[in-house]
Structures are given as structure tokens and as C-alpha cells.
Design a protein around this ligand. Structure first.
Ligand code: NAD
Ligand code: 6OD
Length: 486
């Protein structure tokens, strides 16, 4: 079994209390790692190390050198690509090709892209008239915000953690990361990478543990943490916001979604089926940007439901490295209980179960894993729990619509506003509808196609703020204006 320790001031260290917890494989429930559970004193040490790095070598370093070091981090991630793939597969149980084609390459990109942005983006300057006619000039300095608390989830652990650590370090901050208790492996591996790439001690720290009354709460309450960037459930965001209010500390939140797929009758049918299949079932539906509400224009409704059913019934369950496997387990039994409770609610509320709805028959060596069937429902009212609440599982409800105005109203009838996909061959309609759907990201005829220079985030209860491109600089730096009278 792997021994995973906290990473503080450039060293792997056990918890001061000696406490550890166990991580089990979602595939078969076998124990895979023993993890040091950080105490409040450990979090204190991590924050102190981050502060001292900020005031020391890292804080004094030229931007050019910092950028070079972050490129070295990206190169080292690429060199150890297979280790990251293996670690993330062990943690999440998701198929090999999802790791190699989607999630792990983003780790390196998250460092490179933000290092280059920081190197190239100018600050602002204004010439100003003054009563004496001689004028003044204003310019802004960008300074790091300080020690950043990074709280990350389990569904795409490495992608989501580096999406915050990359820009935070590029801007000259230091970090204390609290990865999800479900997925500690890649954050630890990144500690080794930081040391190999020459990142000074204390710049990147990892404290493991849980949320309330554990490492998550210790980090977010800590007054030595200057700002908190969080990805996870909306309910957790609300708790963290209260903690951040002590000391008036800034937050950036990327949270839940209940995303709509909008399918017009003039879509490219086969591409749309493939796209909705991916957006509903990739990563076993555990993607915040995934589609759990599907609205299909009535003339193609029956054909669409039948075709998506065939795709859902064609998934291949199995171990992540098995050839042809394209569908993994849920992250844990606890999460499976939640998803299955929604499967039961859908039936209780009168759904037609088009496919799935339960636990698949698995071979005996996988029977203890957290497996669930991909599930499709129809015939529910919009008020049903599975149409309103984020399930974060491999399931969707499909509902017919008749007009553009109606589907816009349906898509917007949610407390969340993270993403949407629109499927049509009519470009004018795509632009029209995209402008009216109240979400942070709309994809037309695609899904999860990411340009890291764009603003990423959610509206309504899906988030606060935007990260990505120069928008990350807005959170991870502060602007100091200098006014010079000429
Ligand atoms: P979660 O909120 O349960 O946990 C996220 C992290 O917060 C974990 O590290 C957890 O230990 C920590 N945490 C929990 N309670 C805490 C507390 N009181 N104080 C401090 N830290 C605490 O979320 P999850 O189950 O890990 O992830 C799934 C959720 O994340 C879904 O809602 C999904 O939509 C959302 N998500 C959003 C995005 C996005 O970009 N908007 C991306 C991925 C996931
Ligand atoms: O692509 C990203 O930058 C990002 N934050 C993706 C979020 C995926 C949610 O599961």
C-alpha cells in the first residue's frame, strides 16, 4: 500500500498527530494508500512555510526566472506523464484514455499557459491632465496576493488542482493545497515534481485531510491565508465563504452545475448523439460541466431518445487499463448511495426509465466497486428533484420542446448557471440562443473544448469570479497604482 505524506516546505512529512486515513480503489474497494491526515499544527507549519517562501527567494525572484521554473515543472510533468496517469487512474478508477487524452495533459498546460501569460501581459498606464498643465502619469504594478489556499475536488483532481496552482505560482504567490480526501495521489506526486524542477521550498505545500473540522477548514479559517480558491459543491462554497469573511479575504469559487443540452431538429444528428453521450457519461457523469438536462426539439425527440439509449447501453465497464473500457465506477460508495437515491427518486416521481436505473452485474473481482448503470429518464415535470438538483452521476432527463423561446426559458430555470451546449446547423440561431442562456460557458456543436485564455466560471450558484487567461491575474494579483506628478 502507498504511504502518502503531507508536503510541507519541500519535504514529505507524516502528520504531527500520527493520524492516517485509508484510500480505497473505486474499482474494487481494495485499499491502495494510507494518507497522513494534517492536524491544525501541520496546516500552521504549511502556511508559515508558504509565507516564508513568499518573503524569501520566491518573492525576490525575477519574473523571467519564475517563468522558466514553471516551464521546468510542465516539462517534468510531461516526463513523468505515465506516473501521473497511473496515480489518477488508481484514485478515480477512470479509463486510461480519459487520463491520457483529457485530464493529465492539462496539468502541464496549466503551468505553461499561465507562465506565458504572466510574461506577456502588460499592466495599465494613463496619462492625466493636471491644473498646472504639467500632467501626471499613472501606472499599475501587479503584485502577488500572497499565500493562496487551494481547495480542490475529486472528479478531475490533477486538472482542477493545477488549474489553480499554475496561475497562482505564475503570479508569484505561494500555495497551501488541500486536495480531496478521495484523490490525494497526484497532489503528492506534484510535490516530487516541484523539487525536481527547482521550485524553492515552501512555494507549494500539500496538506491532506477532510473538510469540516479537518485540513479543509484549518486552511480556509487560517488568517495567514490571504485568499481562497475553491472548486467543489455549492454548499461547501457557502461554508468556505463564511470562513473567508473572517479577515475579509478574497475568494474565487467554481461550483456545481445542472447543465442543459439544447438540441434543435436541424442538428447534425450523429455528432449530437456523440456529443451528448460524452457530456452526460464521460467520467461516469462526474464532470461539473456535464449535461444532466437534455431538451430536444419535438420532431426528433423519439429518434434522439432511442439513439442515446443504444449508446448508453453500449458502454464497456471494467478496469481502467483494460482494452476497450470506456466507463469507470463512481468515486466512492458514499457517492454511489447519493446517485442511487436520485435513481429511486426519479422512479418515485413518475419517470419513464429509458435505460439503467441501478447497479450493473459485475464479475466477482469487481463486484465491490462503486459501479452504477448509465441512466436515462423521460416524462418528468421540470419540478422533479432529478431535473432540478445536481446529481453528479451518469444520468440525464430528456424533455421535448417546441419553440426557441420555450427552450431558453427551460434552460434558464435553474439555480445553477455553469455551462450549456447548443446543437444546431443554424448559426444565427446558435448566436441568438447563446446570448440568452444565463451560464458562464456555452458550447455550440461541441462540449468541453477548452481554450485556457478564455474566461471560465459560473453564473448564479455555480460560481464567483472568472479564472482563465488574464482573468486569473485578476484573482491571483493585486493592482497597485502609482501616480507620478510630472
Ligand atoms: P466538495 O465540496 O464536497 O469538496 C471539495 C473540496 O472541499 C474537498 O477537498 C473537500 O475536502 C473540501 N471541503 C469540504 N468541506 C469543507 C469545509 N467545510 N471547509 C473547507 N473545505 C471543505 O466537492 P466534491 O464532492 O469534491 O466535488 C464535486 C463537486 O464539485 C460538484 O458539485 C461539482 O459540480 C463541483 N465541481 C465544480 C467545478 C467547476 O469548475 N465549477 C469543477 C469540478 C467540480
Ligand atoms: O477545464 C477547466 O479548466 C475546468 N476547470 C474544468 C472543470 C471541470 C469540471 O468537472
Amino acid at each position: 500500500m502507498l504511504q502518502i505524506d503531507n508536503f510541507i516546505n519541500g519535504e514529505f512529512v507524516a502528520a504531527s498527530t500520527g493520524r492516517r486515513f485509508e484510500k480505497r480503489s473505486p474499482v474494487d474497494s481494495q485499499p491502495i494508500a494510507s494518507i497522513a491526515e494534517a492536524s491544525e499544527a501541520d496546516v500552521d507549519r504549511a502556511v508559515a512555510a508558504a509565507r516564508s517562501a513568499l518573503e524569501g527567494e520566491w518573492g525576490q525572484m525575477s519574473t523571467a526566472k519564475r517563468v522558466d521554473i514553471l516551464h521546468a515543472v510542465a516539462d517534468e510533468i510531461t516526463r513523468r506523464f505515465d506516473d501521473f496517469v497511473a496515480a489518477e487512474m488508481a484514485d478515480t478508477g477512470q479509463p486510461h484514455h480519459v487520463m491520457t487524452h483529457a485530464f493529465i495533459p492539462r496539468g502541464a498546460a496549466n503551468f505553461k499557459v499561465f507562465a506565458d501569460i504572466v510574461k506577456n501581459v502588460p499592466t495599465e498606464a494613463f496619462q492625466m491632465d493636471t491644473p498646472d498643465g504639467e500632467g501626471a502619469i499613472n501606472y499599475a504594478l501587479r503584485v502577488p496576493k500572497g499565500v493562496i489556499g487551494v481547495i480542490s475536488p475529486w472528479n478531475a483532481p490533477f486538472l482542477l488542482m493545477t488549474w489553480k496552482v499554475g496561475p497562482a505560482l505564475a503570479c508569484g504567490n505561494t500555495v497551501v493545497v488541500k486536495p480531496s480526501e478521495e484523490t490525494p495521489l497526484t497532489a503528492a506526486l506534484l510535490g516530487e515534481v516541484m523539487n525536481s524542477a527547482g521550485v524553492p521550498k515552501g512555494v507549494y505545500n500539500v496538506v491532506n485531510g477532510f473538510g469540516p473540522d479537518s485540513a479543509g477548514e484549518f486552511v480556509t479559517r487560517h488568517q495567514g491565508v490571504d485568499a481562497i480558491t475553491f472548486t467543489g459543491e455549492t454548499r461547501t462554497g457557502s461554508t468556505i465563504m463564511k470562513a473567508a469573511s473572517e479577515g475579509i479575504r478574497d475568494v474565487s469559487f467554481e461550483m456545481g452545475g445542472k447543465n442543459a443540452g439544447i438540441i434543435f431538429a436541424d442538428c447534425d444528428f450523429d455528432k449530437t448523439i456523440d456529443g451528448i453521450f460524452r457530456s452526460a457519461f464521460l467520467n461516469t457523469g462526474q464532470v461539473c460541466l456535464g449535461t444532466e438536462r437534455v431538451y430536444v426539439e419535438r420532431p426528433i425527440f423519439d429518434r434522439f431518445v432511442a439513439a442515446l439509449k443504444v449508446k448508453a447501453e453500449g458502454v464497456k465497464f471494467g478496469r481502467p487499463t483494460e482494452v476497450g473500457v470506456n466507463y469507470g465506477p463512481l468515486i466512492s460508495h458514499e457517492h454511489r448511495d447519493k446517485v442511487l437515491s436520485y435513481y429511486a427518486k426519479a422512479v418515485a416521481e413518475g419517470a419513464t426509465v429509458v435505460t439503467g436505473g441501478g447497479v450493473p452485474d459485475m464479475p466477482s473481482e469487481l463486484a465491490q466497486g462503486a459501479w452504477v448503470q448509465p441512466t436515462i429518464w423521460t416524462d418528468l415535470p421540470e419540478s422533479a428533484a432529478v431535473v432540478q438538483e445536481e446529481i453528479f452521476g451518469p444520468c440525464c432527463h430528456i424533455c421535448p420542446f417546441d419553440t426557441e423561446a420555450e427552450v431558453i426559458q427551460l434552460a434558464n430555470a435553474s439555480d445553477y448557471g455553469l455551462s450549456t451546449t447548443i446543437w444546431t446547423e443554424n448559426l444565427a440561431r446558435a448566436h441568438r440562443v447563446a446570448a440568452k442562456v444565463n451560464v458562464g460557458i456555452t458550447w455550440v456543436n461541441s462540449w468541453f473544448l477548452r481554450d485556457l485564455r478564455t474566461a471560465f466560471g459560473g453564473s448564479k450558484q455555480s460560481g464567483i469570479g472568472r479564472e482563465g487567461g488574464v482573468h486569473s491575474l485578476e484573482f491571483y494579483t493585486e493592482m497597485r497604482n502609482v501616480c507620478i506628478k510630472l
